[in-house]
Design a protein around this ligand. Sequence first.
Ligand SMILES: [Zn+2]
Length: 422
Amino acid sequence: MTLLIKNANEVITLKSVLQGPRIKEQMREIAVVEKGSVLVAGSQIVAVGAYEQLVIDFPHLVQEAEVIDASGKIVMPGLVDCHTHLVHGGTREQEFNMRLNGSTYMDIMNAGGGIHATTKRTRETSFEALYKKTMHHLDVFLKHGVTTVEAKSGYGLDWETEKKQLEVAKKLQDTHVVDVISTFMGAHAVPRDFKGREDEFVDVIINDMLPKVSALELAEFNDVFCEKGVFTPAQSRRILEAGKALGLTPKIHADEIEPYNGAELAADVGAISAEHLLVASDEGIQNMAEAGTIAVLLPGTAFFLRAPFARGRLMIDEGVPVAISTDFNPGSSPTMSLPFIMNLACMHMGLTLEEVITATTINAAHALNRGHQIGTLEAGKQADVIILDVANYKQLQYFYGMNHTDTVIKKGQVVVRHGIVL
Ligand SMILES: [Zn+2]
């Protein structure tokens, strides 16, 4: 099947000769083609440029193509949400309500809330019910222009449930149009029955869970919550090194609540990305810039918990490649709207309109080791393309709090038309 998206006001291509994630001023170079068209054959992009040029270069393909008129709109790569806790049981609106009524974190924990509440629900929820629930979440992501989603396990904390979460993600990768890329995060919390025996749980992850994840090919990445009272930097390093030896690429939830040298550890252990970084130290940021570690920043979490935002502006200025993601999860960021999160990154982390586009396309793709395949609109790349009902890209954040997604094309197929999932 051949598709021609024609006459867009702007095509945001992010085309570049650069191979790796974008840093500093590269993050502002989004390579806009005005009055542009995009030609797609099968699942790939054939060419991007002026319609008149495409007719000359590809006369047969243009002639047989189904035409989508994008006049008055803009076209850009499908958004990549590179950090989510996609597969989980239940919701926690009750805790949110408690917080609004003045309850503290400890009140909520004592009432049986927090991550352990979701762990309980995820353990209790059947594979089929989790699959159905997550399928619906993916439809909502898709409606918001997201064509690739990372999915972490970590609400099981026992092998049976961790495996169930990863298998739900794997089945969705096979059955849903959105690409679902899996991360094992058995080290998301210390289970209650291991309290005081944290090192023993680390041993379970290393000796039991990680080898199974690897043997069953259930994940590409291995993530750890390195935080005071959760996993120490030393324990986190052990888990990440063990995963690395089994072919799992390290990621790390670092410096979210208290500074804990998480950014330093991410750089040192060769993590592809470090996430959150709300209180990352100056030195940690320097180390990440030198190592090329991607900072995956999650402004929705700071917004929803009323916490200070990560220093995104400083990180970009210091040369850290920055990506932005929802952190979709039932406790601290229950949103599937990456466009809203992009707005928060501009308003509260000081990203520019161009930087936030780079942070949710090509840099997010690199954070998932997919930079060669998605995240830009260039000949040879996978045809993950979205059409947005705004006159230019600057309006994306100007008309805030709205979903501008009109059409979504995934691997060359139209999967959302006029905002409706087909
Ligand atoms: Zn997270």
